[in-house]
Write a protein that binds this ligand. Structure first.
Ligand code: C2E
Ligand code: CA
Ligand code: CA
Ligand code: CA
Length: 275
């Protein structure tokens, strides 16, 4: 049994080594990707729930790895957060997104995700405001999406950063609403401009009365707090119809459009509005 145990241990060690090496490789590759041309930003439309008219686009990073092909954000954002690479990466995405958005009609906003790790740096607000100045995008046209994780680490600092961003005229959205542990208390700690209902609730709406009740309650809550509500992950007409009947403000999801390269956005914006 002893020999067995050691064998298992050695196997485990070898496995850990392999994983660690794999991780280091990916980390080094991501560093390269930041310097090279492997990262790109895709844009997904956000539409008015009633008219489906496009009101903005969310910027979503993509990594086109030379050997691995397209790597999903869920496969590299956590690593970028652990290594701190998310700081230059996040700034790069923001700059790219603003550079694109400045060419869109002035009624169209751009939404950019910020990681809680970016909030650990005291100068985040100044950096964001600097990027707006550099690119010429008016602050009112930028929405920054944060998850409640941002208020966990060092909430005093995060709150003062959020306040500085809001004071500069930038809108702040609470992303993935309903998936965390204490979403409601976050609504009390900061005056968010928008909440985005997580797609897990939207997907279940047509078949699950409880999901519908939750969505209805979130929309009612947001309305009384005068916060805009966006439903994420709207994939079907049925979901859209239900959200409309609940008076949701905005929708995002494959039904309206998948994330696509910046060139497609211009084409999309040139299309006539849906009836
Ligand atoms: P998120 O911010 O919640 O972004 C929405 C995700 O849902 C995107 O996945 C989008 O492609 C996907 N999605 C949109 N509509 C639908 C739909 O109708 N059905 C389904 N099944 N999925 C839909 P993506 O692009 O893979 O990004 C995943 C997550 O990675 C994002 O979730 C966000 O948390 C993170 N992320 C992406 N880009 C950035 C970035 O530039 N910075 C940071 N910090 N995080 C990012
Ligand atoms: Ca988001
Ligand atoms: Ca989300
Ligand atoms: Ca998410």
């Amino acid at each position: 049994a002893k020999a067995d145990g050691r064998g298992t241990y050695r196997f485990f060690e070898a496995e850990m080594d392999a994983r660690l090496q794999e991780r280091r490789r990916l980390e080094r590759d991501l560093q390269q990707a930041l310097l090279g041309e492997q990262l790109t930003v895709h844009f997904q439309p956000l539409g008015d729930c009633t008219t489906q008219q496009i009101v903005g686009f969310e910027a979503l990073v993509r990594w086109n790895h030379p050997e691995r092909g397209l790597v999903a954000p869920s496969d590299f954002i956590p690593m970028a957060e652990e290594t701190g690479l998310i700081v230059p990466l996040g700034e790069w995405v923001l700059r790219e997104a603003c550079r694109e958005a400045v060419r869109w009609p002035s009624s169209i906003r751009v939404a950019v995700n910020l990681s809680p790790v970016q909030f650990r740096h005291a100068d985040l607000a100044e950096r964001v405001i600097g990027i707006l100045k550099d690119t010429g995008l008016p602050p009112e046209r930028l929405e920054l999406e944060v998850t409640e994780g941002v208020l966990i680490d060092d909430s005093a600092r995060a709150l003062s950063t959020l306040k500085a961003l809001k004071d500069a005229g930038i809108r702040i959205s609470l992303d993935d609403f309903g998936t965390g542990y204490s979403s409601l208390s976050y609504l009390q700690s900061f005056p968010f401009d928008k909440i985005k209902i997580d797609r897990s609730f939207i997907g279940n709406m047509p078949t699950n009365e409880d999901s519908r009740a939750i969505v209805r309650a979130i929309i009612a809550l947001a309305r009384s707090l005068r916060i805009t509500v966006t439903a994420e992950g709207v994939e079907t007409e049925e979901q859209l119809r239900l959200l409309r009947s609940e008076s949701c403000n905005q929708v995002q999801g494959y039904l309206l459009g998948r994330p696509a390269p910046a060139d497609d956005v211009s084409a999309r914006l040139a299309e006539p509005a849906p009836e």
